[in-house]
Write a protein that binds this ligand. Structure first.
Ligand code: NDP
Length: 306
C-alpha cells in the first residue's frame, strides 16, 4: 500500500508551531498583519482568499482584504500597494492572482516591497532563492518541501522531475529541490516524450493544470508523487472516464455539480506510487500554512527579532 502524504496533518503541525511565535510578537505590542488585494470577482480567488483569512483568524494574525472592482486600473492597484507598503501594521502583502485582464500584473507584483512579499514572488526574493539566501519562498513549493521533509522522504541524490515551469510553482519547486541536492529536470508543454522523462523520477511533481494527465505510464513504481493540480470537473462524462464509474465519486459529483481532481490520475497513482499527495487534502492546505509562515517570518524580521 502506498503512503498517503497528508497535507492537512502537516498544515496543522505547521500552524501549531507558528502560534507561539504569533503570541510572542503580540506580547511585544503588535501581532503580525497580512493584507490581501482581491481585485474583481473571480469565484475561485474568493474561495482561496476566504480560506487564507480564516487561517489568519485561527492564528491571531491581523488581516484585511482590499476588494477593488473588476474595472480597477493598474494605477489604482499600484496606489493600494504603495499605501500597504507604507503601513507599519502590515507585515505581509498578498496580491491574489489572476488580476483583471487590464491590470499589468508584473508591474503590480514588482511594486510590493520585497520585505513585505508574503508570496515570495518578488524578483528580489526570487534572486534570494536562486542564491540560496534566506527570504520568503513561494508558498506552494515551500509547503511541498516541508511535506517531503516531515515525512522523511529522501531528496539528496535522487532524481526529481517537475512538470510545469510557472513562476509560482514549477521554477521555485525545481530550485528548492536542487538546493536539497536532488538531480532536477523541469518539463513543460514542449517536452518530448513526457511519460518517459517522468518515469525517471524518484520524486515527481505535477503542476500543469491538466486534469488527471499523469497516468500510470508516467510513474516509476514506488516513486513519490506530488500533485499540485486543482482542476474542477464539470462534466459527468469526465468523472466517469477518470474515476471509472466509482459510485462514491459519481454520487459526490451529482450532489455538488462538480468534482475536484489533480493533475495526477487518482486511481493510477494509488496503484503505482510509493507515496503520494491526495487531491483534495494534499498540497492545497500546505500553501496556506506557508503563507502564514511567511507572514510570521516577515513580521519577526520587521520587528528585529531575526
Ligand atoms: P500555469 O498555467 O502558470 O503553468 C502551467 C505549466 O504547465 C506551464 O509551464 C505549462 O508549460 C505546463 N504544461 C501545461 N500543459 C502541459 C502539458 N500537456 N505537458 C507538459 N506541461 C504542460 O499553472 P500554475 O503553475 O499556476 O498551476 C499549475 C496547477 O497547480 C494548476 O492546476 C493550479 O490550479 C494548481 N495550483 C495549486 C495550488 C495549490 O495550492 N494546490 C497553488 C498554485 C497552483 P508551458 O510553460 O510550456 O506553457
Amino acid at each position: 500500500m502506498p503512503q498517503i502524504l497528508d497535507g492537512i496533518r502537516v498544515r496543522d503541525a505547521i500552524l501549531s508551531e507558528l502560534k507561539p511565535r504569533v503570541d510572542a510578537l503580540a506580547a511585544r505590542g503588535r501581532g503580525p498583519g497580512l493584507a490581501v488585494v482581491l481585485a474583481g470577482n473571480n469565484p475561485a480567488s474568493e474561495i482561496y482568499v476566504r480560506n487564507k483569512i480564516k487561517a489568519c483568524q485561527g492564528l491571531g494574525i491581523y488581516s484585511e482584504t482590499l476588494t477593488p472592482p473588476d474595472s480597477v486600473t493598474t494605477e489604482e492597484v499600484l496606489d493600494s500597494v504603495a499605501r500597504l507598503n507604507a503601513r507599519a501594521d502590515i507585515d505581509g502583502i498578498l496580491v491574489q492572482l489572476p488580476l483583471p485582464k487590464q491590470v499589468d500584473s508584473k508591474r503590480v507584483l514588482m511594486a510590493i516591497a520585497p520585505e513585505k512579499d508574503a508570496d515570495g514572488i518578488h524578483p528580489c526574493n526570487v534572486g534570494k532563492l536562486v542564491a540560496a539566501l534566506p527570504g520568503p519562498r513561494a508558498c506552494t513549493p515551500a509547503g511541498i518541501l516541508e511535506l517531503l521533509k516531515r515525512y522523511g522522504i529522501a531528496i539528496a541524490g535522487r532524481r526529481a522531475v517537475v512538470v510545469g515551469r510557472s513562476d509560482i510553482v514549477g521554477k521555485p519547486m525545481a530550485l528548492l529541490l536542487l538546493h536539497e541536492h536532488a538531480t532536477v529536470t523541469i518539463c513543460h508543454s514542449k517536452t518530448p516524450d513526457l511519460p518517459a522523462v517522468c518515469r525517471e523520477a524518484d520524486i515527481l511533481v505535477a503542476a500543469m493544470g491538466r486534469a488527471a494527465m499523469v497516468t500510470g505510464d508516467y510513474i516509476k513504481p514506488g516513486a513519490t508523487v506530488i500533485d499540485v493540480g486543482m482542476n474542477r470537473l464539470d462534466s459527468r462524462d469526465e468523472v466517469v472516464r477518470i474515476f471509472r464509474d466509482s459510485p462514491e465519486k459519481l454520487a459526490a459529483f451529482d450532489r455538488k455539480g462538480s468534482l475536484l481532481v489533480g493533475d495526477v490520475h487518482p486511481l493510477d497513482v494509488a496503484e503505482k506510487a510509493g507515496a503520494y499527495t491526495p487531491v483534495p487534502g494534499g498540497v492545497g492546505p500546505l500553501t496556506i500554512a506557508m503563507l502564514m509562515a511567511n507572514t510570521v517570518a516577515l513580521a519577526e524580521r520587521l520587528a528585529g527579532i531575526c
